[in-house]
Design a protein around this ligand. Structure first.
Ligand SMILES: [Zn+2]
Ligand SMILES: [Zn+2]
Ligand SMILES: [Zn+2]
Ligand SMILES: [Zn+2]
Length: 341
């Protein structure tokens, strides 16, 4: 039973109820609720991730009223609620993407057009990067980058090459990589690949400037598990420019662990990747599409959207209403919708 007191102490975002107002105040200080959280289109409950929103709508213990409407008018990929079943059909045709882009790749062959812009591009350029690794070390478990691909926002290949490793390969992992020794023998050496990617990403901007959030012409880098890719490529790039689908809070599991790119592509874009021999182009396209989907979310614009912005004191107090507290609460992560500002 809900007492009047516990209703007064109900979080306006996640609807949790507290016996005492101080507990709600404490909750607000630690939850960083914001307009950027995935939100149920029916009851307006805020969730920490799309995964928990999915559970709320269609999981084993969904909220029944939300589930009923979602079943008729909800898109199972992006989890939005449409106005009618008809609007849903139209929407879902566009929302579910097909993975049939690999034929295009086959005709293109290897591309190598990494160039530095001369400054006339509109807005900040976004590129996606993915690698395929072969095995090194005595048991073949050491990842060595053998193939790398970079695409632009329109899924055009900007750079795609095999990489000649600097240490011996002990396992080509042929069943998933499709890579044979002869592909790497005369490929571009790792040092050269590293230099070219580094220069391409920084695009003429010095590292200190990129780090200080005045990236200028430096490129936003999208990918899945980029720490590992960049480490294997020995490329250094400031976190402020990185959009990683393995680390973005709304795309994490409820347990805060990363989802695989394969799972995210299936769940949010509606098609399969990484079946059989894997192509880094396919991974680039999937992570870029996920990024764009997140960037295109329509969230209310706020002057200082981050809890860490010094203007946001977030002085929650027990005399405030739960709605007022939510109104001044800010996110503790950088929502990608902010890239479209
Ligand atoms: Zn809450
Ligand atoms: Zn947002
Ligand atoms: Zn709901
Ligand atoms: Zn959708």
């Amino acid at each position: 039973m809900e007492s009047a007191e516990s209703l007064r102490n109900k979080c306006a975002a996640c609807f949790r109820q507290f016996n005492r107002m101080e507990h709600l105040v404490h909750h607000m200080r630690t939850m960083y609720h914001s307009v950027h959280e995935p939100t149920c289109g029916i009851c307006k409950k805020h969730c920490k991730s799309f995964e928990s929103l999915r559970e709320h709508l269609i999981g084993p213990l969904p909220k029944q009223e939300c589930k009923n409407l979602f079943n008729i008018q909800g898109c199972k990929f992006c989890l939005t609620i449409l106005d009618s079943p008809y609007a849903l059909r139209i929407h879902q045709d566009r929302c579910q993407l097909s993975g049939g882009m690999l034929a295009r790749l086959a005709n293109l062959g290897l591309q190598d057009s990494l160039t530095i812009d001369n400054g006339f591009s509109r807005g900040q350029q976004v590129v996606a990067l993915a690698c395929k690794m072969v095995g090194g070390g005595s048991d073949g478990s050491l990842d060595i980058c053998a193939r790398v691909c970079i695409i632009d926002e329109n899924e055009n290949i900007i750079f795609h090459t095999y990489v000649k490793p600097s240490i011996p390969v002990t396992n080509y992992r042929y069943e998933t990589t499709g890579i044979r020794p002869e592909y790497l023998r005369d490929a571009m050496p790792l040092r050269q690949v590293q230099r070219r990617i580094q220069d391409f990403l920084c695009n003429g901007e010095p590292m200190w400037r990129i780090r200080s959030a005045k990236g200028g012409k430096a490129r936003i880098l999208v990918g899945h598990g980029l720490d590992h890719d960049l480490d294997r490529l020995q490329v250094e790039y400031p976190g402020i420019m990185i959009r990683d689908t393995a680390k973005y809070p709304p795309l994490l599991k409820t347990s805060k662990l990363s989802n695989s790119l394969k799972y995210l592509t299936q769940a949010y874009l509606g098609y399969d990747i990484q079946t059989g021999i894997q192509n880094p182009y396919e991974d680039c396209v999937a992570s870029m599409r996920l990024y764009l989907r997140m960037r295109n979310q329509v969230h209310r614009r706020e002057e200082y959207p981050l809890a860490s912005d010094p203007q946001n004191q977030n002085n929650f107090a027990s005399w405030m209403s739960p709605e007022d507290m939510l109104a001044i609460s800010r996110s503790d992560y950088y929502c990608w919708c902010l890239d479209s500002a």
